[in-house]
Design a protein around this ligand. Structure first.
Ligand SMILES: [Zn+2]
Length: 365
């Protein structure tokens, strides 16, 4: 943490961040879309204050209209700052308790991508189930995928949790995923009181309240959050993409024109899903491939910068100025060298521990 502040602090005090922001502004019409998931921790306020100072914060739909249809939507304005958009994926409860409270106080709009199949269901998001079930297992060992795990050992618990995550991630259908989860709960003898999730996802009441405030808009994020590239049935792929839009439109009484791909990297999406999203009538779709959007960006493969709400504010500051994005490949390369014992990159990686962890956790949803 301290090292992260130090590293990006240098970028700030040497003027690199200001220069990065200036270069992006001078490059022409650009939209920076940030991707959060959770809104917990104490740092989100400082992120928002920084964005308010340096960027023109807009709702996603308005920003994209201005980017792609400038003749129709771009007004002559004094504010020449680059447009920045905040998005939150999945609809975690803290988007209401933390982000919404801050949005009202600081007058900052944001967009939440919802998964209707989870809203009000009291089901835990599937990518959180591995850790949760292993932590509440009442058996001492389990045979899973031809390996016996001793649940008294921390290393075995961690590996089992990862194996469960992989199994859920690679599910070929949503019903297969849910059937596997049910069998696993039985095999691990998890008590019924730990099966339902009382605090995970937003409720419709909270969503309505956010919508009525005018500070929060919504987009679709499939019905049940499958990894789209893993689905084998075309019909199910179409259903996940179409149904989420229809239900949200019906419940919210507004057109839903933007889609966010679950997990969001190209390897999770697949060509078929992009075609299906276009065919379904969405005007735009966002990925988690890093980058800044231009009028030439593919409207159904828009880029976003993943930010961890718990990061110190200098991390999003560096990323929105383009600095973090430039350094990202070096850090990935450095990680490979680190395994070969190269000390200099070892230092850089330590400096960006939070960045690397943020990327890793975001890949889970
Ligand atoms: Zn997601």
């Amino acid at each position: 943490m301290e090292e992260t502040i130090w590293f990006y602090g240098i970028c700030r005090f040497t003027g690199l961040m200001s220069m990065g922001r200036w270069l992006i502004r001078k490059a022409g019409s650009r939209v920076i879309i940030l991707n959060y998931h959770r809104a917990s921790g104490r740092n989100l306020r400082s992120h928002l204050l920084y964005y308010k100072r340096h960027y023109r914060i807009m709702h996603l739909e308005g920003a994209l209209k201005e980017l792609f249809m400038p003749d129709k939507y771009q007004e002559k304005r004094q504010d020449k700052r680059t447009i920045l958009v905040l998005t939150f994926d999945d609809g975690f409860k803290d988007n209401y308790t933390n982000a919404f409270a801050l949005a009202k106080e600081l007058q900052v709009p944001f967009t939440v991508f919802l998964i209707p199949g989870y809203i009000g269901s009291r089901r835990r998001f599937w990518w959180l189930e591995g850790d949760h079930l292993v932590n509440h297992a009442q058996v001492q060992e389990i045979l899973f995928e031809k390996r016996t795990y001793n649940l008294k050992l921390l290393a075995d618990r961690t590996e089992l949790s990862q194996a469960i995550y992989r199994r859920l991630h690679n599910a070929r259908t949503v019903s297969d995923r849910e059937a596997f989860l049910n069998d696993l709960r039985t095999a691990l003898a998890v008590s019924p009181e730990y099966i339902k999730d009382n605090a995970g996802a937003l409720t419709w009441e909270e969503i309505y309240e956010m919508q009525e405030s005018g500070w929060v808009s919504f987009g679709a994020h499939t019905m049940h959050h499958p990894v789209l590239a893993e689905l084998t049935e075309t019909l199910e792929l179409e259903d996940e993409i179409n149904q989420s839009r229809l239900i949200l439109q019906q419940k919210l009484g507004k057109p839903i024109d933007i889609f966010a791909y679950p997990l969001g990297k190209m390897k999770h999406i697949g060509e078929e899903a992009v075609k299906t999203v276009e065919k379904a009538g969405y005007s735009w779709a966002v990925t988690t491939e890093p980058g800044i959007n231009t009028p030439k960006s593919h409207p159904h493969l828009l880029r976003r910068i993943v930010i961890n709400a718990e990061s110190n504010w200098v991390v999003p500051a560096a990323f929105t100025a383009g600095i973090g994005l430039i350094f990202l490949p070096f850090f990935a390369y450095g990680k490979a060298l680190l395994s070969k014992g190269v000390w200099f990159y070892s230092f850089l990686i330590t400096s960006n521990k939070q960045l690397m962890e943020g990327t890793k956790s975001s890949e889970r949803c």
